[in-house]
Design a binder for this molecule. Structure first.
Ligand code: URA
Length: 192
């Protein structure tokens, strides 16, 4: 197993799928390599492709705010990555071939970081990491055993930006669940 730095270097030179041709930068991941809490999104957007860092656009600003307000943490204290490391053209969903080619990076990241809690952001990350076909609306509201910890599925911050108050309140509740899972205290049973 490579180190996280070696894995990042490998990803930055990756040309294993067609997304390599259209990218500005590989967006491998950012944050504390020993974090207890990891966030996983879908794929880089335009701003992330330019910056080489996940969740730096509007969704990222909201994510940073929720991490601070609900978990009392700063972004740099967590680890943030995406399922797919290169930007799909026009922000379309990644194709099955692209996910199949790229997912070993995420799997190795999760193994190397070994977080206690992985928060999956949106349908795509939640389905991919849980291996389930239901959407996040169905999957959220509980945690799922995963490697040495749990997965807590929640909405993508872009959905909260679009959907407003109810989605945002549900995201906040999911992050409270993640906080309890991190602390080892009983997770709330009641759902928003
Ligand atoms: N949306 C994602 O899923 N990931 C990012 O890094 C940015 C937006």
């Amino acid at each position: 197993m490579p180190t996280l730095i070696e894995l990042g270097r490998e990803a930055r030179g990756c040309v294993a799928c067609p997304l390599a041709a259209g990218r500005t930068q590989v967006v491998f991941g950012v944050g504390d390599p020993t974090a207890s809490l990891m966030f996983v999104g879908e794929a880089p957007g335009r701003e992330e492709d330019l910056a080489g860092e996940p969740f730096v656009g509007r969704s990222g600003k909201l994510l940073d705010r929720l991490i601070a307000e609900e978990l009392g943490l700063e972004r740099r204290e967590c680890y943030i990555a995406n399922v797919v490391k290169c930007r799909p053209p026009g922000n379309r969903d990644p194709l099955p071939l692209e996910v199949a080619t790229c997912r070993h990076y995420l799997e190795e990241q999760v193994e190397l970081i070994s977080p206690r809690v992985v928060v999956t952001l949106g349908n795509f990350a939640s389905r991919t990491l849980l291996g389930r076909s239901e959407g996040v609306t169905k999957l959220r509201g509980q945690s799922y055993p995963f490697l040495t910890g749990v997965i807590v599925p929640t909405f993508h911050p872009a959905a909260a930006l679009r959907g407003g108050g109810v989605v945002l309140a549900q995201m906040r509740a999911d992050l409270v669940r993640a906080k309890h899972a991190l602390a080892g205290t009983p997770e709330p049973s009641a759902d928003v």
